[in-house]
Design a protein around this ligand. Structure first.
Ligand code: ADP
Length: 258
């Protein structure tokens, strides 16, 4: 791993609590997230990884009964400020889900969709360029360039996930959130996505929830270990997996619980 100088903080989460109705799911989590790096969230199922991830693009707003308090500072402003447009925020903080979810549209239209609604291209050739660049960055171009007008849903699972990544990238986000992006994929497709994540981190701030500790160790520079809605420990991935400070982290990474 070639991490040298520390990167600046892209998203600074401060004192975050999340409630689903009366039940508290996240307890006072503060976490600085670095730019141009991959941060992995690990921990037993139900410990709050996805809930915390969803705070970063206000996806919890879409869940009835969910309430988030605390500050999430991105580029100097709190994303929970009432003046922030959540739709615009989600174009800056893209998301890739567990199950690939291409729109029931052509490959081309899947990638062009965001650029069209955000008015990023005025002419057809500009849109063509956005589609090609996004598909290239998602390392899918070579496989689909001759069938751009066929349905995205006709691709393999791994290709569909790369299509969803291309779709997220097409509107030039700064942060990409990934919620177990490989859990529906076979090992070969998983390896391709992991390679892609490693390439993308040069230009983006990436946060990935994973149930696979091997995956966290392979793709991330920073790892955060959650337990029962609390952040137990966060640090350099190598340190978390070899010499964590906390006994609970040690027990988890050595398979003693979870
Ligand atoms: P993880 O991603 O670590 O598996 P989650 O963030 O999905 O954990 O869940 C954390 C806690 O919040 C769990 O107790 C879960 O049952 C609860 N929870 C998650 N989503 C919802 C929801 N939409 N409504 C109510 N409770 C939820």
């Amino acid at each position: 791993m070639s991490e040298t100088l520390p990167s600046p903080i892209k998203v600074d989460c401060r004192g975050i609590d999340v409630f689903y109705d009366d039940k508290q799911a996240i307890f006072d989590i503060s976490m600085p997230i670095e730019d141009r790096a991959v941060t992995a969230f690990i921990g037993p199922s139900g410990c709050g990884k996805s809930t915390f991830l969803r705070c970063m693009n206000r996806m919890n707003d879409t869940i009835e009964g969910a309430k988030v308090t605390g500050e999430i500072i991105m580029d100097g402003a709190d994303i929970n400020d009432p003046h922030v447009d959540p739709v615009l925020l989600r174009s800056q903080v893209g998301m890739v889900f567990q199950k690939p979810n291409p729109f029931p549209k052509s490959i081309y239209d899947n990638v062009a969709y965001g650029a069209r609604i955000h008015g990023l291209a005025n002419r057809k050739n500009e849109l063509d360029e956005i589609v090609e660049t996004s598909l290239r960055r998602a390392s899918l171009w070579e496989e689909v360039k001759d069938r751009l007008h066929t349905p995205g849903t006709g691709l393999s699972g791994g290709q569909q996930q790369r299509l969803c990544i291309a779709r997220a990238i097409s509107i030039q986000p700064e942060v990409i959130l990934m919620d177990e992006p490989c859990s529906a994929l076979d090992p070969i497709a998983t390896a391709r996505i992991e390679e892609l994540i490693d390439e993308l981190r040069e230009n983006y701030c990436i946060v990935i929830v994973t149930h696979s500790m091997q995956q966290a160790a392979r793709v991330s520079q920073k790892t955060a270990f959650f337990h029962l809605g609390k952040l137990i420990e966060m640090g350099e991935t190598e340190m978390i997996f070899t010499n964590p400070d906390n006994q609970m982290t040690q027990d988890y990474i050595t398979g003693r619980f979870g």
